[in-house]
Design a protein around this ligand. Structure first.
Ligand code: ATP
Length: 232
């Protein structure tokens, strides 16, 4: 059963067609990258798969469950990093994760929270309020939140934003771990360098359409750069 199966997705905002008939399949044990220029539709696609936005037309299944009817069940299976952090500014890093741990009904919440904080290099910042954390540290905490409940599918929209080299290395290790344990990752990024290090397959969105698909290989980074430069 594929981790994600989307067929004929379109999304219209007024007169603007943000997605124009996108179909894709992501298998378990793979990390698929979505590349494309500003406004190509990457976030729209990820937000639909994350159950945050309804498509105008088309069908989505996640691990066999269908949207929109099984959205609640799907939300337990996915971890989402988006443009918003989904963190509460006035709560500490620990309190934020504890809130989500309760929401997911996690057993051994304290152990798991410590584990994800350590994996993102935040072990010594647990007691600090989110508003006191730098942009990159908030991004790390947002990633910690997304993996807290051990989701089968990670939907990552520009997760490398604001991360330093060490943060990107930690993110790369998390993605490799997710893939190695049979999970799936769908990742949008503007960093061809970061993307080509972590994805096993690349999709290229151009004005709402899937224009191009390529398995990872030596030529991937160069080809992506060429595609991105072709756009006005
Ligand atoms: P970026 O690389 O800049 O993040 P993207 O590839 O993620 O871009 P989207 O955010 O998916 O692109 O946007 C696709 C198109 O849909 C754009 O033209 C955008 O302006 C439009 N759009 C997105 N969200 C909305 C909205 N809520 N209302 C109206 N138009 C929207």
């Amino acid at each position: 059963m594929p981790a994600i199966e989307a067929v004929g997705l379109t999304k219209r905002y007024g007169n603007r067609l943000a997605l124009a008939g996108v179909s894709l399949r992501v298998e378990t044990g793979e990390c698929v990258g979505i590349f494309g220029a500003n406004g190509a539709g990457k976030s729209t696609l990820l937000r639909i798969l994350a159950t945050l936005v309804r498509p105008t037309t088309g069908h989505v299944r996640c691990c066999g469950l269908a949207l929109p009817g099984q959205a609640n069940e799907i939300r337990r299976l996915i971890g989402v990093v988006g443009h918003q952090t989904y963190l509460v500014d006035d709560l500490t890093a620990w309190e934020n994760l504890d809130f989500y741990a309760r929401l997911y009904g996690l057993r051994d919440a304290a152990g798991r929270i410590q584990d994800v904080l350590d994996r993102l290099g935040l072990g010594d910042r647990a007691g600090e309020r989110v508003r006191a954390l730098s942009r990159g540290l908030q991004q790390r905490l947002s990633i910690a939140r997304a993996i807290l409940h051990r989701p089968l599918v990670l939907l990552l929209d520009e997760p490398d934003t604001g991360l330093d080299r060490e943060g990107r290395d930690r993110l790369q290790a998390l993605i490799a771990d997710q893939v190695a344990r049979g999970g799936a990752v769908l990742l949008a990024t503007h960093s061809v360098e970061f993307g080509s290090q972590v994805v096993s397959r690349a999709l290229f969105l151009d004005r709402g359409r899937l224009a191009w698909e390529r398995p990872v290989g030596e030529e991937l980074a160069g080809e992506l750069e060429r595609q991105l430069r072709r756009r006005p």
